[in-house]
Design a protein around this ligand. Sequence first.
Ligand SMILES: NC(=O)c1ccc[n+]([C@@H]2O[C@H](COP(=O)([O-])OP(=O)(O)OC[C@H]3O[C@@H](n4cnc5c(N)ncnc54)[C@H](OP(=O)(O)O)[C@@H]3O)[C@@H](O)[C@H]2O)c1
Length: 292
Amino acid sequence: MTDQQRETLRPAVVVVGASRGIGRAIANVAAREGAIVVLVARSSDGLAAAADDVKAAGGQAFTFSLDLLAADASTRLKDFLTSHGLVCDVLVNSAGYGLRGPATTLPTADQLGMVDLNIRALTDMTLQFLPEMVARGHGGVLNLGSIAGFTPGPNMALYYASKAFVRSFSEALHQEVKATGVTVTCVAPGPVATEFLERSGAGRAALFKILPKLSSDYVAERAWRGFKSGRRLVVPGLSAKLVALVASSLPSAVKVPLIGRLQRRSRDLCPCGSGKPFKECCGSRQARRAGV
Ligand SMILES: NC(=O)c1ccc[n+]([C@@H]2O[C@H](COP(=O)([O-])OP(=O)(O)OC[C@H]3O[C@@H](n4cnc5c(N)ncnc54)[C@H](OP(=O)(O)O)[C@@H]3O)[C@@H](O)[C@H]2O)c1
């Protein structure tokens, strides 16, 4: 592509994970500013509905059905943008999933899939588009972390670890590129009322029942505003801020067992692999008395 062709590309807000939930809500916030929004996810129906919302909010919408677990996902997205005369000015990485339960009892393939989506795909997208933003001296990346990124989380171990990665990676990138006029922001919400809670099983754990659930619209507004003002980290809502503060200050010896208990359910299988519920196995009164 020649320099002249490159200059004619129109800047777009690319939302990855836009067919529902927080990503879809962020797409609407950007659309209200009249943005060209590229909506990316697997479900064509979800994307079509999200595109209708974007147009109704005053934006221009493009949809691209893509499985982020494909090895060439970021290249295909880049090709899609170029073929439509677009360049990624803002990248929103909102695709992600969680799994609740002891890591030794959850299917390994599902857990590796989560690492692939929450970590590898987010990194791939970021590294595909961030260098051109830096070269243009404009735009940025908004990554969806979580308050789970502030602490280890037994019974959702890999999800918490994946969000710790997102926070660490994003905050470090923010520092690296901020002098170039580009922003990298990590948004770290507490529970948000989306399908995520049901799909991950997190919504049935005591911890997520105790914490108030924010709406995806509220989280999207805060995330977008924080990103636009060049923030490194956005934790939307007072309860999430308090949890992040407590999680960052309590010693692991106190917080990790507490989170483990609050995320365990009585019917969870025992991590020892017996196939029995934890309460009737290593978590039984007799086992605890015997010091197992
Ligand atoms: N909801 C919460 O309580 C909460 C709290 C803190 C952080 N977060 C984080 O916020 C982000 C968004 O969560 P959400 O609540 O909006 O979840 P959600 O409602 O389940 O939406 C997830 C989005 O990711 C897309 N996606 C999933 N797998 C994909 C794949 N292989 N390829 C392409 N797209 C894929 C889904 O679209 P398709 O299925 O159509 O592909 C959907 O658009 C996640 O990273 C999550 O960890 C959520």
